[in-house]
Design a protein around this ligand. Structure first.
Ligand code: ZN
Length: 161
């Protein structure tokens, strides 16, 4: 197990690439997941996506209901029409906070660390963290939302990695 260095920069290729599907949760993939968990714990964030540690794979961690969950090949199958705007930060873009508008609720389908398919309906912060991490798997960063109107400038900044 190891704490991995975080890749930064809004033009860094691995952060701007659509990640590859993971056909099987192999021992190598599990080792990467464990390193990502250790890295997330070390950074004290709410989530971490594989491209942020230099691996262009469809794997992310997200704190859901206070517990870190592993999402392999996640796919959003439903989004609420209702949206919220909150300020987000990102470990890959130090010192940048962007107000991001996102659907308030989603249904996400993914494989867990055992390779079993799961589906969950998430709302509020849980839904936001997963959407932020899934953006990373699609090469999208919070700076891409800079045109969004900042409607909540009095709220406390949210840090998401
Ligand atoms: Zn991020």
């Amino acid at each position: 197990m190891a704490v991995l260095p975080i890749v930064t920069g809004d033009t860094t290729p691995v952060l701007r690439t659509v990640s590859k599907n993971v056909p099987q949760v192999t021992k190598t993939i599990l080792a990467l997941i464990k390193d990502m968990e250790e890295t997330l714990k070390d950074e004290g964030g709410l989530g971490l996506a594989a491209p942020q540690v230099g691996e262009s794979l469809q794997i992310c961690l997200a704190q859901i209901g206070g517990k870190v969950q592993v999402l392999v090949n996640p796919e959003i199958t439903w989004r609420s029409k209702e949206a919220d705007t909150e300020e987000e930060g990102c470990l890959s873009l130090p010192n940048i906070v962007v107000a991001v508008m996102r659907p308030r609720e989603i249904v996400v389908r993914y494989r867990n660390r055992k390779g079993m398919e799961e589906e969950r309906r998430l709302k509020d912060m849980d839904a936001r963290v997963v959407q932020h991490e899934m953006d990373h798997l699609n090469g999208v960063l919070i700076v891409d939302y800079l045109s969004s109107p900042a409607t909540n400038e009095h709220r406390a900044p949210v840090t998401i990695v």
